[in-house]
Design a protein around this ligand. Sequence first.
Ligand code: NDP
Length: 450
Amino acid sequence: MAVTDHVNLEQFMEGVKKRNPGQPEFVQAVHEVAQDIFEFMEDKVEYHEAQILRRIAEPDRIVSFRVCWEDDNHNIRVQRGWRVQNNNAIGPYKGGIRFHPSVTESVLKFLAFEQTFKNSLTGLPMGGGKGGANFNPKGKSDAEVMRFCQSFMTELYRHIGPDTDVPAGDIGVGGREIGYMFGQYKRITNRWEGVLTGKGQEYGGSQMRPEATGYGAVYFLQNMLKHQGKDVEGHTAVISGSGNVATHAAEKITQLGGKVLTLSDSGGFIHDPDGIDQEKIDWVKHLKTVKRGRISEYVDEFKSATFHEGRPWNIAADLALPCATQNELNEDEAKALVSNGCKGVSEGANMPTTLEGVKVFHDAKILYGPGKAANAGGVAVSGLEMSQNSERISWNHERLGEMLTDLMSGIHEKCTEYGEQDGGYVDYVKGANIAGFKKVADAMLAFGVV
Ligand code: NDP
């Protein structure tokens, strides 16, 4: 008899909790996937016998290291850095680097686990990983950020490579940080190779990469709406965050004829009933990436808007796109969205909705696109950046735009294949989990016990 034949979901989760003490985000992410996979695996003895789910929920390896750097006042500072290499069954590890004070091993493990399924869903050959440090770039000078990035890469470079592990940006890691890290990698190794994605256009970056996650989340929403004979045009949207993903999601909603009402940061949110049009979005991009200011400054510039503490989910809108961080939309906020008439939620961020919040969306049977499907456009274009770097070529914006829309439609199709329920309702979480899992699981079966 197979070892796991008699293990049910609760027992499996008990084991996960026991093996990962003090790691609630990781346990939450595994639970969300395991509930769908257990149902799917019910009659599939081979997955049980090979302990596939248990193996995917145990990272291949975690590297943790000290990062020392000197601030502008000549104080020596010490941070902790990590790289979690979750699974490379279908390709080199791939996933972003996050610099934020909230970064812990649990957060990076959850992100690397989710990334494994997301990358599989894109159809491209990429495994799952994630990395970062508990470093806060906010308020630091460019020179301080550079010294930190160089110190971080001085250890990380040993564990990555274009065929091994290809990191990218995430919260707190944008073009500036990628540039400093790539420069240091090149200096240490004396190799120019596609070891990071999200690079500048001048040194091997892909067109369309900055826009890809936000645009992709809107394309996914568009696909979900189309499946019900609806469209983005004429609809209002609430968006959280004001970083890379949020501003590009806002841009695409606006281009498709929707009206964006909110943006936020960790200080609060702005509500602009007149709509946040392209000119205002450009102003926010400049505020966040050049001035490195706070979203509250928006109301000094645009008098139609008001600033509020907290999160934007009590503002009535047809669509919602959480694009800031994990667990930023809870059960009560999900209920508020539904009772205010929200028809669709597409997650630009990773795991922004709590498990209880997700249940509210499912019970109300509104469209709900989980991050691992909806925000996969970013990593998909990163995959295309890897291909361009390997071939020493670059594709143009138009071609990459078409590839992104096709990739997002393909992901939507895979989700409906495994997620469509009686009566036509699509459980996109289930669809994404099963489709993402199956490809990785089948590859692992082929390798035997490794
Ligand atoms: P950025 O650093 O560009 O922006 C992050 C935004 O979220 C900022 O507005 C930030 O506000 C806000 N934020 C961060 N932490 C918190 C918090 N604890 N509470 C409230 N607001 C917060 O990051 P990205 O736009 O790149 O990433 C946003 C999300 O999208 C993340 O979940 C990331 O993992 C996910 N994602 C990103 C991809 C990408 O291509 N960039 C790909 C796939 C997913 P503040 O300035 O105050 O910190």
